[in-house]
Structure formats: structure tokens, C-alpha cells
Design a protein around this ligand. Structure first.
Ligand SMILES: *[C@@H]1O[C@H](CO)[C@@H](O)[C@H](O)[C@H]1NC(C)=O
Ligand SMILES: *[C@@H]1O[C@H](CO)[C@@H](O)[C@H](O)[C@H]1NC(C)=O
Ligand SMILES: *[C@@H]1O[C@H](CO)[C@@H](O)[C@H](O)[C@H]1NC(C)=O
Length: 494
């Protein structure tokens, strides 16, 4: 009895003494089949492969939508982007709106528990007047990064690979060149792509060292620019893969992940840190061989087909998560409630769409998630859901293509389906063979069940005011030299 008592007290002491740390690595436009550990033959991802070998690798992990800003909003709030108003499409450098300040991010949720919080890399949840929507106003103590996509400014004259290989394509002409920001200050414009990754790696290392020295639990959110167009890489990774620019960019991200894991080891917090990896959406197929691949999944970014929304995902926590593969349904939505459960944080008092997945992580158990709904990048009450997965079945009420690729479905215009297209994702993960209710009358009850879930999910959805429909004001574009002219080209500070 005394032993049990002692163990209980010890456990209490340990759990109260050392709340877990959390790290989220979030790749950009990286597809289901882009990592070595997900079968890519020429990608080089030794550190991610090691996390997959020593952790839990997901086969059925979803983001909510195939676009950068809304996918990030859902991850950080545990709520569909429709609720927070991050639609339609994505935010721009001069966007007036952003992730509303009354939304609670994972960082803001952890702050009351004394966590140190930092975001590095690509934010893309708004900037607004005087940096209203920056990470430092959303629960992050520190931010080092670019506030939006690194192609949202002219890039043709920037260097993407050493010694002086220019970036491929022009990116967005007519905007300011992309700034590197520290908290709410611009420290470089344009950002130097060749040194960016090293700056992030150093920053992350210092953040972990400082937090662990102070015995402060920490949350590090690292949404990388890799492997979004235009792909870039510094000295360490450039030219090191046979896959070309995409492979080099991915390797550079992988190296930083390795640096951060080494720092966790050195500071002896490896066994007290949950590390999660995923990607914001599927591959941008219009980049052709310079873009990513969803492998056997259909289509890519900006669609609700599997290639747009089903992503690689890894959870790593030595001693707590047993190595393996899970086929359970899970989503970026589930990260906030899971972190709440593991840290003891109070859930934000809002309509959450995420579900606690600690059983899946810590016990290889069943997922609480039975369904996943997919809105279009341009969602509306009028159209309602585009697609819904329930168990192994996915029903499409609408389909819409986007990019120039060989599969005609990926470029097809908006199409309404009644009865819905019904796919069995287990026997047909590539979605080639919609099931026929004529041949399979037994599926009628599946469809009825899906329609019931659809009606209840749609009824539970309250659309937040669209932040993106608020439009853009060119004077809000970040400029290191605010009084200069002519804009935007004068906004350059070496
Ligand atoms: C945030 O404020 C807006 C505007 O008042 C409101 O519509 C929305 O429901 C609020 N969101 C949350 C999460 O409280
Ligand atoms: C890039 O450099 C060329 C040559 O100096 C110049 O003509 C062009 O305007 C520049 N493009 C941008 C977007 O700055
Ligand atoms: C975690 O690692 C530290 C240092 O490596 C060690 O002292 C501690 O006993 C480990 N804790 C658990 C629960 O394994």
C-alpha cells in the first residue's frame, strides 16, 4: 500500500513538476507521398523517417481544407475555418482581416499554464493594420518568420539556391518583396532565402535551451515555407538530393527537424516532448515535377479529393507513444483538444470541432472521430458541404477541380452530384471507382447514414464573418521603409 501511495505521489510530483512540451512541424503543400517514410523513392528525409520509425505514423490523417490560411486556422483553433471566417481562399499581404483576436489558438490556450510559446516560419493568418493579427497577438511570446506565403511578392530577382540561382517564376508581382519579421518588426526585406532556414534552426535551438534552463514548459509551432513554390534551400541542402529543387527544400526542412530533435536530446527533454508533424494541404499540382505528389491519392491542393486533404502525419514521444502505424481517422482539428488533455489546459469555451486523440497516441486505441467534413475553399451555406467521410466511406455532394494535370477530374468545373458519388476509401483509396447504388442496394443505408450526419454537421456550423471578403488595402503591405516611394518597389532594406 505504501508503495502504491509512494508511486501515486511520485506520479503527481512528476506530472506537476514537468508538464509536457509540444512541437508542431507543419510542412507547406507537401503531399501524402512526398516523404521517404510514405514511399517516395527519391526524397531524402532521414530525420522524419526516424520519427516515423520511433513514433506513430498515420495513414488516415486529414486537414480540413486544401488551402494554406484556412488549414492553419483550423489547426491552431481546433475549429473549422468556416467558424473563424478564414474563407474564401487565402489571406494576402494587404489583407484587412485576419484570424479574429477572439479565437483561441493552442498557444493562447497554453499561456495561462506558464508555457513559453514561439512561432517560426510561415504565419499566413493575417497581418492587418499595425500587425493586429500577428502571432504575438495570438498567444505567441516570439515570432520569427514571414507573415504569409513567400511567393506573395515578386521573387524573380531573389536567390533561391546558392551561389546565385534565381527563384523559379515571378511569384506575385505588384506586392512588396517578402519581409522577414521578428515579433512585429521587419528585420529584413526581402528575406534572404539562403539564410532563412539557419535563422529558424538557431532561433528554435535558443528557444528550447532558454525554456529548459528556466524549467519552463514550451510550445514551438514551426509552419515551414518548405515545400511551397518557389522552392529554395541554403548551402546545407542545395544540390544534395536527386529529386531537384523540391527534394532540396524538403531536405533542408528535414535537417532543421534533426537539429531540433538533437537539442531536445541534449537538454534531456526528449521523453517529455510530444512532436507532431503534418502538412497544410496536398501538392500544388500546377507546379508539375517541381511540386509535390499525393502518390496514389486523387488530385491535390485546392480540391476536396483525398490528394488535397489527406496528409502525412507523425506523432513522436519516446516512452509514451509506442512505434507503429495507425489507420484511425484523425485530423489537425484534434491537435488542440489533445494538447489540452495532455497539458491540463482548459478548453476554450467555443464550439470545437476537434476531438481528443490521446487514446490513439498513447494506447494505439480507437479514434473518437467517426466523420470528417470538407467545405470548399469558397464555402457557402447555399452549397453546403462538398464532401463527407464517414468511417471508410466518402460521399461527394460536389466535386471541383483546379490545377492543370493529366487527370481530367482534377481540372473539371464545379459539378453537383445527386445521388452523391460514393467511394469506399479502403478498397479504392485512389477514388477511381464510385460505387453504384443500383448494383449495391445494400449501400442505401450507408448513404442514409451519411445524409443524417451531413444534416447534423451542417446545422451545427455557424459561419463566422468572412475575414478575406474584407478585402485588401495596399497601404497595409509591410514596408521596412514606410515613408519611401514609389511603392511597392522602394520597400527594400538590405
Ligand atoms: C468573435 O467576435 C465576433 C464578432 O463579435 C463574433 O461573431 C464571434 O462569434 C466571436 N467568436 C468567438 C470565438 O467568440
Ligand atoms: C528584376 O531585375 C530586372 C533586371 O534588373 C529588372 O528589369 C526587373 O524589373 C526586376 N524585377 C522586379 C520584379 O523587381
Ligand atoms: C527522461 O529522461 C531523463 C533524462 O534523460 C531521465 O532522467 C528520466 O528518468 C526520463 N524520464 C522518464 C519518465 O523516462
Amino acid at each position: 500500500l505504501l508503495d502504491v501511495l509512494f508511486l501515486n505521489v511520485l506520479c503527481l510530483y512528476l506530472s506537476s513538476a514537468a508538464p509536457p512540451n509540444f512541437i508542431i512541424f507543419f510542412a507547406d503543400d507537401l503531399g501524402f507521398a512526398d516523404l521517404g517514410c510514405y514511399g517516395h523513392p527519391s526524397s531524402v528525409t532521414p530525420n522524419l523517417d526516424k520519427l516515423a520509425r520511433g513514433g506513430l505514423r498515420f495513414t488516415d490523417f486529414y486537414v480540413t481544407v486544401g488551402g494554406c490560411s484556412p488549414s492553419r486556422a483550423a489547426l491552431l483553433t481546433g475549429r473549422y475555418e468556416t467558424r473563424s471566417g478564414i474563407y474564401p481562399g487565402v489571406l494576402y499581404p494587404g489583407s484587412i482581416g485576419g484570424l479574429p483576436l477572439n479565437e483561441t489558438t493552442i498557444a493562447a490556450m497554453l499561456k495561462p499554464l506558464g508555457y513559453a510559446t514561439a512561432a517560426i516560419g510561415k504565419w499566413h493568418l493575417g497581418l492587418g493594420a499595425k500587425g493586429t493579427y500577428l502571432p504575438t497577438n495570438h498567444g505567441f511570446d516570439h515570432f520569427l518568420g514571414i507573415p504569409y506565403s513567400h511567393d506573395q511578392g515578386p521573387c524573380a530577382n531573389l536567390t533561391c539556391f546558392p551561389p546565385d540561382v534565381k527563384c523559379f517564376g515571378e511569384c506575385d508581382l505588384g506586392a512588396v518583396t517578402v519581409p522577414l519579421m521578428k515579433n512585429d518588426k521587419i528585420i529584413q526585406q526581402p528575406a534572404n532565402f539562403l539564410e532563412l532556414e539557419k535563422a529558424y534552426s538557431d532561433f528554435a535551438t535558443n528557444f528550447i535551451l532558454t525554456s529548459t534552463q528556466k524549467q519552463q514548459p514550451f510550445f514551438l509551432y514551426y509552419p515551414s515555407h518548405h515545400t511551397h513554390y518557389p522552392q529554395f534551400a541554403g548551402m546545407r541542402a542545395a544540390g544534395r538530393t536527386s529529386r531537384g529543387p523540391f527534394g532540396d527544400a524538403l531536405l533542408e526542412f528535414d535537417y532543421t527537424i534533426g537539429d531540433i530533435m538533437a537539442t531536445l536530446d541534449k537538454t534531456k527533454v526528449l521523453n517529455n516532448t510530444l512532436v507532431l508533424f503534418s502538412s497544410d494541404n496536398g501538392p500544388e499540382l500546377l507546379r508539375r515535377s517541381r511540386g509535390g505528389t499525393a502518390g496514389l491519392l486523387k488530385c491535390g491542393k485546392a480540391t476536396t479529393y483525398e490528394g488535397g486533404v489527406r496528409e502525412p502525419a507523425i506523432a513522436y514521444w519516446p516512452g509514451r507513444i509506442q512505434p507503429g502505424v495507425t489507420h484511425e481517422l484523425a485530423s489537425t482539428l484534434d491537435i488542440l483538444p489533445t494538447i489540452a488533455k495532455l497539458s491540463g489546459a482548459t478548453l476554450p469555451p467555443v464550439a470545437l470541432d476537434g476531438l481528443d486523440m490521446t487514446d490513439v497516441l498513447l494506447r494505439h486505441g480507437r479514434s473518437k472521430r467517426e466523420s470528417m467534413m470538407f467545405w470548399s475553399l469558397n464555402p457557402s451555406k447555399k452549397h453546403g458541404l462538398f464532401a463527407l467521410r464517414l468511417g471508410k466511406y466518402k460521399a461527394y455532394f460536389y466535386t471541383e477541380g483546379t490545377s492543370t494535370v493529366p487527370d481530367p477530374d482534377c481540372v473539371a468545373p464545379l459539378q453537383f452530384h445527386d445521388p452523391p458519388l460514393l467511394i469506399d476509401l479502403e478498397s479504392d483509396p485512389s477514388e477511381h471507382y464510385p460505387l453504384s447504388l443500383k448494383e449495391r442496394p445494400d449501400l442505401q443505408h450507408v448513404l442514409e447514414e451519411i445524409m443524417k450526419v451531413k444534416a447534423s454537421l451542417e446545422a451545427s456550423m455557424e459561419f463566422g464573418e468572412s475575414q478575406i471578403a474584407k478585402g485588401q488595402d495596399p497601404s497595409l503591405q509591410p514596408c521596412c521603409n514606410p515613408e519611401c516611394s514609389p511603392k511597392p518597389s522602394c520597400c527594400q532594406c538590405p
